[in-house]
Design a protein around this ligand. Structure first.
Ligand code: KIV
Ligand code: ZN
Length: 551
């Protein structure tokens, strides 16, 4: 890299708009959306989609609720042309879906594009030419005047052929390609030149697409450019102003959101931001950003995993694990403090007392996108007791008392740290079972009977201690008190029950009940034990033995 980048690069000239309005506006409704997955997204793939893959992705886009879909560049190749014809001849587009096709301002390409559209119900013919200083100088070697002529000629060739599409509802779209790198005054001139040919009206508007073809400045500059055009262009009420951002500076989403604040009506983009270079704008993210503010995005991503699957299969691209809303890890917390906060937040949400979603670290309810709470908390060495307890509870219905979580959390954490990887709920349950349930030495239960008389409970316990039979009786207010008493008569150092809880285990578990008991020895460490049994009384006896065995 250069020590002095200013020797090679220069700042982007700002738009003069001192009374800009967009910074103090708020988004209140969804724009109209146009998916360009099958065109811009497709033309960026190392191996473009075949007709079958395009058809599958088209169906998915329709299912998501897109009403405008740029289906391709029919004059560019036979595959593109055939795809268009199949969509039309097999009537694959629902009545309310517009098929959009892209074409350059060249007569033979416009001719072929019209051939591809015969018989369609609703089409958007999307004409474009590039206008930025670099494109004018390097690619076309044309003056501004000549560039305007390209646009006007193209518009006229389209206009001349419209009668061929009698019976088809047609909307026209013009893209000032490389708009964001073009002087705003010249972009306006190009758009107005095309408008002079197409003569849009408020009743029959045309789409004016203002692409951020390459992000060359911050999203605030794009917003200024959009607001400037909206305020200065003739016949604004005859236009649908459309945004088409790419993501070179990684601010395609921001540019689009600010562009909407600046007055745009429509957004073009792709699922998960596939597209040239760093991609097109990611429509899923913008739509769900609206959704998380309570605005109906008018797109449905209820089963986002299924949409990801189709997308990955058709495009050969992958959705990265940290991709907003869709990535595998975006609703997952490994860190202990995050897990704890999420666990508490979800517990509060489940009480139904909170009207609005406000769970720490989760901007949106994963369930709304078909994601499960079980993937929210995953356990590795960064995790704490909360995550461990959450998995045991959610996957196995094992509800550890708070204080016991404090004991078992570090035990599990040490084991997970030793393994050096993420662990599953099943592995955690295994650790819990080994630590508490499966301990049979020195004490092992052989039999335990109780009888109640005169408000007292008497017990008879048959045990093995280091394999040797031990029998004793005891008396108390309940079976546990009787057991504790019995142990004292058998010469076991005195202890008392400091904590007790029990609950039924979920169906399918090998035992019906689990008991948790904390014992407090007169001369030793306070510790927990746990026991499972089909009989709740025996589960608690086993829990006492488990605690004694953990001395
Ligand atoms: O990025 C772009 O400018 C385009 C146009 C053709 C709309 O894709
Ligand atoms: Zn593009």
């Amino acid at each position: 890299m250069l020590k002095d980048p200013s020797a090679k690069y220069r700042p982007f000239p700002p738009v003069h708009l001192p009374d800009r309005q967009w910074p103090s506006r708020t988004l209140t409704h969804a724009p109209s959306w146009c998916s360009v997955d099958l065109r811009d997204g497709n033309q960026a793939l190392a191996v473009p989609m075949n007709v079958g893959q395009k058809l599958e992705l088209f169906q998915t886009l329709v299912k998501c609720g897109f009403k405008e879909i740029e289906v391709g560049f029919p004059s560019a190749s036979n595959t593109e042309f055939t795809f268009n014809r199949r969509l039309i001849e097999e009537q694959r587009a629902p009545e309310d879906v517009w098929l959009q096709v892209l074409v350059q301002a060249r007569e033979e390409l416009i001719e072929r594009t019209f051939e591809s559209l015969v018989g369609a119900k609703k089409v958007i013919i999307h004409l474009y030419n590039s206008t930025s200083p670099a494109q004018r100088r390097v690619v076309f070697g044309m003056s501004k005047e000549e560039i305007l002529q390209v646009a006007v000629r193209g518009a006229q060739w389209v206009q001349d052929r419209l009668p061929r599409l009698a019976g088809t509802e047609v909307r026209l779209q013009y893209s000032v390609e490389s708009f964001s790198a073009t002087e705003v005054e010249f972009a306006k001139e190009a758009a107005e030149a095309v408008m002079a040919v197409w003569k849009p009206t408020p009743q029959h508007k045309m789409i004016l697409n203002l692409p951020d073809t390459v992000e060359v400045a911050g999203p605030n500059v794009y917003a200024d450019q959009i607001e400037w055009i909206g305020r200065n262009i003739k016949h604004r009420d005859s236009l649908i102003i459309s945004l088409h951002a790419h993501n070179d500076r990684s601010t395609g989403v921001a540019a689009t959101e600010l562009g909407l604040l600046a007055g745009a009506d429509r957004v073009e983009g792709t699922l998960f931001g596939n597209g040239e270079r760093t991609g097109n704008l990611d429509i899923v993210t913008v739509a769900l950003n609206l959704y998380m503010h309570g605005i109906d995005p008018k797109l449905d991503f209820t089963d986002l995993n299924a949409i990801c699957e189709v997308y990955e299969r058709c495009t050969g691209m992958t959705v990265p694990p940290r991709h907003p809303y869709a990535g595998e890890l975006v609703f997952t917390a490994f860190s202990g403090s995050h897990q704890d906060a999420i666990k508490k937040g979800l517990a509060e949400w489940e009480t139904g007392r909170q009207k609005y979603w406000d769970v720490p670290y989760l901007t949106i309810d994963p369930n709304d996108l078909g994601r499960e709470y079980r993937e929210v908390i995953r356990v590795n060495s960064q995790s704490g007791k909360g995550g461990v307890a959450y998995l045991l509870e959610n996957e196995y219905g094992i509800v550890l008392p708070k204080e016991m979580q404090r004991e078992f959390g570090p035990i599990a954490n040490e084991e997970v740290d030793r393994l050096g990887r993420e662990v599953s709920g099943a592995e955690l349950k295994g650790m819990f079972w080994r630590e508490y349930i499966e301990r049979t030495a020195p004490w092992q239960l052989q039999g335990f009977e109780t009888e109640s008389r005169d408000g007292k409970v008497r017990c008879r316990a048959r045990l093995l201690h280091d394999g040797k039979p031990v029998e004793f009786s005891g008396e108390g207010n309940g079976p546990l008190a009787a057991l504790v008493h019995g142990f004292s008569t058998a010469g076991v150092p005195r202890f008392e029950i400091a904590n007790y809880s029990e609950h039924a285990l979920s169906a399918g578990e090998e035992a019906a009940a689990i008991a948790y008991i904390q014992i407090k020895p007169s001369n030793g460490r306070t510790r927990w034990g746990a026991g499972v049994d089909t009989n709740i009384e025996l589960a608690s006896v086993r829990a006492v033995l488990s605690a004694l065995n953990r001395s």
